[in-house]
Write a new protein. Structure first.
Length: 220
């Protein structure tokens, strides 16, 4: 019998373009993974519409009706756990998660951040890269820990910062790389190539000394 597909739940707050990239990749029958549900704290999030069009369960949980962050997270956890997920993917989920939530899903909660971590944690990453006159920008897929954008990095993709770049032009080029790198890392999870042990990323059972550098020309 084939192995049970990797069970995935995705959290979104906005357009869900990274979610769409992952949905498109998982249509390949060679990827043994299934998105069981997409959850959003925004009722009109385009990410929920993308889920519906793909035949994936879409769930709206309104964070504004909760008196505190933990209460909202506990309701999310209850919903997520119905699907027995092996992997929870943050795809533009614009809320800081409680320590309880992060601990509950330790080792199977990942995020993508639009910078070459540890550079430019937090917001406004592209303008900050330009202001710092960095020659490279990019995206990082990392495990989520209780340190904001501080979890162990699995993989990164670089883009060159070019003359006359604006924050928006740089954002669009980085986003293109996000749409490649996030599905690739998802496939690695489906292939059981990625593990987190004692806050160290293991790839093919080898501890990573530095993040895997990905581009469309060097898939691993």
């Amino acid at each position: 019998m084939p192995e049970k597909p990797l069970s995935i739940v995705v959290l979104v707050s906005g357009s869900g373009s990274n979610l769409q990239a992952i949905i498109d990749t998982l249509r390949d029958e060679s990827v043994n993974a299934e998105i069981k549900a997409v959850i959003s704290n925004k009722e009109n999030a385009l990410g929920l519409e993308r889920a519906r069009k793909a035949g994936i369960r879409d769930i709206f949980i309104d964070h504004t009706v909760f008196t505190d962050r933990l209460s909202f997270d506990q309701v999310m956890m209850h919903e997520i756990d119905k699907y027995g997920p092996d992997l929870i993917i943050l795809a533009g989920f614009m809320r800081i998660l409680s320590n309880e939530f992060v601990t509950h899903y330790s080792g199977k909660l990942i995020n993508i951040h639009p910078s070459l971590l540890p550079n430019f944690k937090g917001l406004n990453t592209h303008q900050r890269a330009l202001d710092a006159k960095h020659k490279k920008a990019g995206a990082s897929v990392h495990f989520v820990t209780n340190e904001l954008d501080g979890g162990p990095v699995i993989a990164q993709s670089e883009v060159a910062v070019i003359e006359n770049d604006t924050a928006e032009s740089l954002r669009l080029r980085v986003l293109e790389q996000e749409h490649f790198i996030y599905p690739e890392v998802t496939k690695w999870f489906a292939e059981q190539r990625i593990k987190l042990n004692d806050n160290v990323v293991y790839f093919d059972q080898q501890a990573l000394e530095k993040p895997i550098l990905l581009s469309k020309s060097n898939q691993v």
